[in-house]
Design a protein around this ligand. Structure first.
Ligand code: B12
Length: 349
């Protein structure tokens, strides 16, 4: 008979050694987040992300991932920090989580090592590793495991590490002693709701993805609605505004060194991106989660960012893009040129 408390202590130790800054256990027999998720779908907040609407019941319930009765399973929830070592932002902004190495691969590799070690002590262990890859509500599970609370901006926040955290889960066939959720410490703070450039964060705690700059620049394939382009500011991939203003991110320890480089899109200048050929996009995004935005989307986003930067230095590149074979890119470039140019605002060509 395995001693589950001892196994949990082993997991705590291994998680720390592998660079996870937070770890906790969620019971597998509690359906997570059904209420919020269903409301999110009913409001159409998922936009064109149809994968979210597929089999919503499964997404709220990890039981489908277990081959054992649910009370015999648990979810090991883990988090790494990607808190930025501050870099001067280039004129085209890239969300912090995507500036360095692709976290999916890194976290999966670390979880694999944890499982390999654990199997030595827990024979018959069955484990499924999830990093964005399975239909799971990762934030809800992490909150249930006490890794932090879900803030008004929808992100999981920890009082020491803030919200620049990336999550991973290992669903196991062991009834490990669960952890308790922590208290929500957002209080009356509404900084994220007020700062969101597009008003995407709703009062009821849900994010309307259709307005979220992160969705518009990463997931949305068509033209960015004209009414929201100005609010996209200089974001070329993702958006961190609702995290930048969060008081819990004000002074956090430096994030995981392995997540930085070799890809470092933070310093890819907007002027260069506007001139990217497919091969340039391929080189710059290889090994980075920014690759989720395809070449054409990057050019579209860069054109919108250049329109918002209002700098005449971008004019020649935009004129060129206005003749691009993709009508979406060409139209974004024409829109950008119509915004007018105002000398000296943030060019980094
Ligand atoms: C689709 C997706 C997106 C979409 C939709 C985001 C959204 N808000 O739904 C878009 C492209 C917009 C996006 C953006 C971002 N994402 Co994203 N995304 C996902 C993904 C793949 C699925 C999320 C999902 O199911 N959405 C549906 C909504 C309804 O579910 P949810 O996000 O879990 O939100 C729940 C809670 O907010 C909860 N809730 C709301 N209010 C309350 C109140 C209480 C009291 C409780 C208990 C719960 C609760 O209800 C929701 C449903 O359960 C997850 C990975 C995963 N499988 O979970 C990553 C994930 C959520 N994303 C992540 C990140 C890092 C981001 C960005 C910060 C990236 C960026 N800088 O651009 C932004 C943040 C935008 C934001 N403020 O939410 C991280 C979040 C880590 C964290 N600390 O929270 C995740 C977990 C990926 C990971 N493995 O680390 N993302």
């Amino acid at each position: 008979m395995v001693d589950l408390s001892k196994i949990k202590l082993l997991i705590v130790r291994l998680a720390g050694e592998l660079g996870f800054v937070r770890m906790g256990i969620a019971p597998a027999d509690i359906p997570a987040g059904g209420e919020h998720f269903r409301r999110f779908l009913a409001m159409g907040y998922h936009g064109t992300m149809s994968f979210l609407a597929r089999e919503p019941e499964r997404r709220c319930d990890v039981r489908h991932m277990l081959d054992v009765p649910a009370d015999a399973g648990s979810v090991i929830c883990l988090a790494v920090s990607y808190a930025p070592a501050e870099v001067k932002d280039a004129a085209g902004r890239i969300a912090r989580y995507a500036r360095g190495r692709d976290y999916h691969r890194l976290l999966r590799k670390r979880c694999g090592k944890l499982v390999a070690e654990l199997s030595k002590t827990a024979p018959g262990l069955q484990a499924r590793i999830c990093v964005d890859t399975a239909p799971l509500l990762e934030r809800e599970l992490a909150a249930a495991a006490g890794l932090g609370w879900i803030g008004r901006n929808g992100c999981l926040i920890d009082s020491r590490f803030g919200s620049y955290l990336l999550l991973a889960e290992i669903v196991v066939n062991l009834p490990l002693p669960p952890d308790k959720p922590v208290k929500n410490r957002c209080g009356s703070c509404r900084a994220c709701i007020e700062a969101c450039p597009t008003g995407a964060i709703q009062d009821d705690g849900l994010v309307d993805s259709r307005r979220c700059v992160s969705y518009l620049t990463i997931e949305h394939r068509g033209s960015i609605p004209e009414s929201l382009r100005g609010a996209c500011g200089r974001w070329v991939f993702g958006c961190d505004v609702c995290q930048e203003v969060c008081p819990f991110n004000r002074s956090v320890p430096a994030g995981d060194a392995e997540l930085r480089g070799p890809a470092d899109l933070a310093v890819a200048p907007l002027g260069k991106m506007l001139r990217w050929e497919w091969a340039d996009w391929d080189r710059a995004t290889r090994g980075s989660s920014a690759r989720r935005a395809k070449y054409e989307m990057f050019l579209r986003n860069a054109a919108v960012a250049a329109g918002n930067a209002l700098d005449p230095a971008y004019r020649p590149a935009l004129e060129n893009l206005a003749r691009h074979e993709s009508p979406i890119v060409a139209e974004a470039a024409r829109w950008a040129m119509k915004q007018g140019f105002d000398a000296g605002r943030g060019a980094d060509v």
